[in-house]
Design a protein around this ligand. Sequence first.
Ligand SMILES: CC(C)(COP(=O)(O)OP(=O)(O)OC[C@H]1O[C@@H](n2cnc3c(N)ncnc32)[C@H](O)[C@@H]1OP(=O)(O)O)[C@@H](O)C(=O)NCCC(=O)NCCS
Length: 145
Amino acid sequence: MKILKAKQENLETLFSLEQIIFAQEPYALSKALLHYHITKNELFCLYEKKTLIGYILWLQRKDFFRLYSLAIHPHFRRKGYANALLQYSFSHLKKKKHFSLEVRVSNTKAIHLYKKCGFTCKKILQNFYPDEDAYLMQKTLNETS
Ligand SMILES: CC(C)(COP(=O)(O)OP(=O)(O)OC[C@H]1O[C@@H](n2cnc3c(N)ncnc32)[C@H](O)[C@@H]1OP(=O)(O)O)[C@@H](O)C(=O)NCCC(=O)NCCS
């Protein structure tokens, strides 16, 4: 397994992965948005035997990083890859020690993952998504992390 910061040359493969994972979802990232995020934000790609199987995207805010997207190819789930991308982020995004995310209240898989990685639910964001509420979850790295 290898985790690398995304580059423009990864755009096509990232877009293909996004289509596989979020094909049915209205919020799947377009090629243009992926291009923007590769340039402006923190996007890490996870490879297994040189094949892209997942990614994590963080937006840098004034005092924290906000998780914008985390996705693993359906054939490679429940093998610890999402956990690996989160741990990699905590050790490589050194500029801030606060991490924040929103997650659909129905996404129990992701909620379990985030709790396992040390995030706690801070509040419910009513109607955060057009069709659903979200939990706001946060994590702060301690000095020894
Ligand atoms: C959520 C997602 C990123 C998890 O990826 P993953 O690589 O399968 O997760 P991991 O193997 O690292 O799992 C780590 C922990 O997450 C939780 N988890 C993951 N899949 C789970 C499942 N199907 N049921 C319950 N808990 C689950 C568990 O706590 C797991 O730890 P464990 O295996 O020791 O019990 C993946 O399912 C995915 O891409 N889903 C679609 C996109 C999405 O929902 N992204 C999050 C949006 S906020």
